[in-house]
Design a protein around this ligand. Sequence first.
Ligand code: AMP
Length: 280
Amino acid sequence: MDIFRNKAELQNKITQLKQNNYSIGFVPTMGALHEGHISLVRCCNKENDITLVSIFVNPAQFNDREDYEKYPRDVQKDIDWLKEFNCDIVFNPSETEMYPEPDNRTFDFGDLDKILEGYYRPGHFNGVAKVVSKLFDYVHPHKAYFGEKDFQQLAVIRQLTKEENMEIEIVGCPIVREEDGLAMSSRNKRLNSEERKNAVEISRFLFESREKKDEMNVEGLKNWVKDQLNKNVYINVEYFDIVNEKDLKPVHSWSESKDIRGVIAAWVGNIRLIDNIKYE
Ligand code: AMP
């Protein structure tokens, strides 16, 4: 496995591989890897000759300094793990390598980056777009893999590639969960044991809401989920919305679309977690 910290070296390697007609699959991450990330690596391995994983905690996408500083980091462990899962190349740049000068670009995703996560984390998706567009520019992978756990991010990335006419296939991969149902997240490592025990209620009520869907209208179900979760003293729901998967705008009735998803952000103590569920 090659490990590059320098983008020129990475680009040399990618150029060589492309000259030899290897297909390149790319999995961008912020490290502190878990099975969710590994599922993307597995999928990438299956569909491409070369699997490239980037590890970079991107300051531009954090709107909360403390969240950035306390974000879990364990690059050596990540690298050891990636070797085991047949990753071919790791790109682990420094902040100055990624941002040698200030990046003042602003991206316009219409309403998509202003609702839900975009509303509660202003500037977040602009920061994501900055780093992903740079990474895509260095690598021009054939395919890039993103988790449905960050459902809105996946939609933003699809729009980014469309607007910038990048010929990169964006592949969305299903959410990987802990045994009890909690969506895997690097931030789960920051929960204390009581918080961890209670955090499972987020996924539990999402799954229960799927069972209750036929008994309630959209508004009723939204309130039911929020009420159930807010009864738990450890949990504070920031938003729970029921949206059309295409544009992430709220739906008002179950018949409005076939592709409807419940999306949630909730605080468990000081840790902000997100999750989502498809309503069949
Ligand atoms: P992150 O390191 O949190 O930026 O995540 C890197 C990639 O892994 C993103 O595309 C995430 O959506 C994806 N990811 C994170 N957690 C999960 C999960 N539990 N299941 C599937 N994909 C995930």
